[in-house]
Design a protein around this ligand. Sequence first.
Ligand SMILES: [Zn+2]
Length: 324
Amino acid sequence: MSAVVIGVDLGGTNVKTAVVSSDKRLVSKDSRGTQAEGGPEAVMDVMQASIEAVMKSARVDTDDVVAVGIGAPGPMNWQTGIVYSPPNLPGWHDVHLAEAMKDRTGISTFVDNDANCACFGEFWSGAGQGVDTMCLLTLGTGIGGGIVVFGQLLRGVDGTAAEIGHLKVARDGRQCGCGATGCFEAYGSVTGMLRTAIEGIENGRSTILTEMCEKDLSKLTGKMVSEAIAKGDEFAAWVMHETAVWLGIGISSLINLLNPEKVVLCGGMIAAGETLFSPIRETASRLSFEVPARRAEIVPAGLGADSGVIGAAACALQRYEGKE
Ligand SMILES: [Zn+2]
């Protein structure tokens, strides 16, 4: 087996791990529960076991692996590999993740922000392959973001750049989890979409969503909105359209700011397909300048749920090779 690199996508619920060849093939992969409630040592035990499992199924030894890349939730210092206190990893405070995992595996280890990894994965071998400048939005509880400019992740001086979810789209708008108001993710994420639905229902709009969540609006999910649309519910279709328009507004700023070739969207919400993409494209194009609007293609991720794990491997390979 020739040289390979290992990617680890560390999420609050699952750890996904893959062996990726230097010619960008996914050789083997593994997914298991994070066991986040056990704290950092328990989570690192899971990551170590997962790394050992993918190496075994790919039939590679430590000597064959040039590096391990871990995509972790922020905040963090990507250069030192120290993860501060991610909200979805209880008990983590200034964990020296890169160093601790290197001690466990004996392999050079690099840590990067998970959304940056997903962006770099799409750039390396997904929907952004062959472009110079692109950005990625992960649509979930919030909106994660990554930006590649001239083939390099845009990190900023302190490594905190590309917080696309916290672009401001409204003055005195909705409260965001970050403490500010009017952030893009309070409108365009799955959570934002549910807030739009709840506001509408509380204002008396009639919809089958009310019975679907048994009148407990806190139980509303993105999947219910999609199901209601499939059943012909007009309000649910309006909620999706509103969310798409908010996404188009935020993306128009990215198009004017970056003049990207691709804007890649990932996360469960993109399963809505054209119902979502068509109003996003229409709004983004209408609100941005003509030349960059014509250039920017707004597309779904090409690697599906593997952008993060492949990207973690790709980031590690690039850093190992000293290109960053
Ligand atoms: Zn915010």
